[in-house]
Design a protein around this ligand. Structure first.
Ligand SMILES: *[C@@H]1O[C@H](CO)[C@@H](O)[C@H](O)[C@H]1NC(C)=O
Ligand SMILES: *[C@@H]1O[C@H](CO)[C@@H](O)[C@H](O)[C@H]1NC(C)=O
Ligand SMILES: *[C@@H]1O[C@H](CO)[C@@H](O)[C@H](O)[C@H]1NC(C)=O
Ligand SMILES: [Cu+2]
Length: 262
């Protein structure tokens, strides 16, 4: 009896691992930063990542947890770390391996905490997008997407902190969105950073989480047949990427935003 239930628990955990997940760690500058470990108690976990408790996706664009996942809050004092990274640094996020969802975009946002991130509520911050990758080639339903590229790249995505943003404390939010089912599956996780160097350009075109996304956004619906026609996929062109080199505006990649239709 006792042994059987232990096996059942193990299988349940394994099915979580196969179906979903999130960002488990980060690296830059030759350093490795472990993320929060979901399914484990927060007690004693020390990490730069904000707490997130399960591998399950968020399936509501307006959920309170769309900013930094669930719970998305800072860990208690002494456990919540904030890593230092110079403006212009390329930061790599690592998803669980295998990552099961190759159809959907990759998006990376940052938000200035205006002081310590330990006391910042992610939903109050103004988020700006620093990176995105949508449909790279092929069709929406079966083509090569940012998330397919993430999988091909050892389940990693690398985004660069814009070189001209003001030094200070920021949340860094990596996100992949899986579009194979309806509603879409959002997988955001956040880490706390102190950005050094930088400049004086405060990014415009910010939005709030929740607020950046809406459930009626085109392209957030299922992709598989028997869908015959669908509204265009969007990568939120009203939130243009704040260029890593701080040019005015980073053009969306070819075919990545409003041009893709089912
Ligand atoms: C930043 O915090 C200060 C108080 O510490 C406040 O006066 C200011 O309005 C805040 N700025 C933003 C953009 O929230
Ligand atoms: C973008 O779409 C056009 C036609 O709509 C196609 O010719 C071109 O190869 C596509 N580019 C990429 C990078 O997939
Ligand atoms: C691939 O990612 C794993 C972590 O998921 C890491 O341990 C390994 O070093 C990475 N491999 C390469 C070639 O970067
Ligand atoms: Cu999943």
């Amino acid at each position: 009896m006792f042994k059987l239930s232990a096996v059942a628990v193990t299988l349940a955990a394994a099915s979580h691992v196969l179906a979903h997940g999130g960002v488990l760690s980060y690296s830059w500058g030759g350093q490795w930063y472990w993320g929060f470990k979901p399914y484990n108690t927060p007690t004693g976990q020390v990490t730069i990542q904000r707490e997130w408790d399960t591998y399950d996706p968020i399936q509501d664009a307006t959920a309170a947890t769309i900013a930094c996942n669930n719970a998305g809050t800072a860990l208690p004092s002494g456990q919540q770390l904030t890593a230092t990274a110079a403006a212009g640094t390329a930061i790599t996020a690592y998803w669980n391996n295998p990552w099961p969802h190759p159809y959907g975009p990759m998006l990376t946002y940052m938000a200035n905490c205006n002081g310590s991130c330990d006391s910042a509520n992610a939903k109050d911050l103004s988020w700006f997008k620093i990176d995105e990758s949508g449909l790279i080639s092929g069709t929406v339903a079966t083509g090569y997407w940012g998330s397919g590229k993430m999988i091909d790249n050892n389940n990693t995505w690398t985004s660069t902190i814009p070189s001209c943003i003001p030094a200070g404390n920021y949340l860094l939010r990596f996100e992949t969105i899986a579009l194979h089912s309806q509603p879409a599956q959002w997988y955001p996780e956040c880490a706390q950073l102190t950005v050094t160097g930088g400049g004086s350009t405060v990014p415009a075109n910010t939005c709030k989480f929740p607020g950046c996304y809406s459930n009626s956004d085109p392209g957030r619906r299922r992709l598989k047949p028997p869908v015959v026609s669908e509204t265009p996929l969007r990568l939120y062109p009203e939130h243009p990427i704040f260029h890593p080199l701080c040019q005015k505006r980073w053009r969306h990649q070819p075919n990545a935003s409003v041009s893709a239709t089912l």
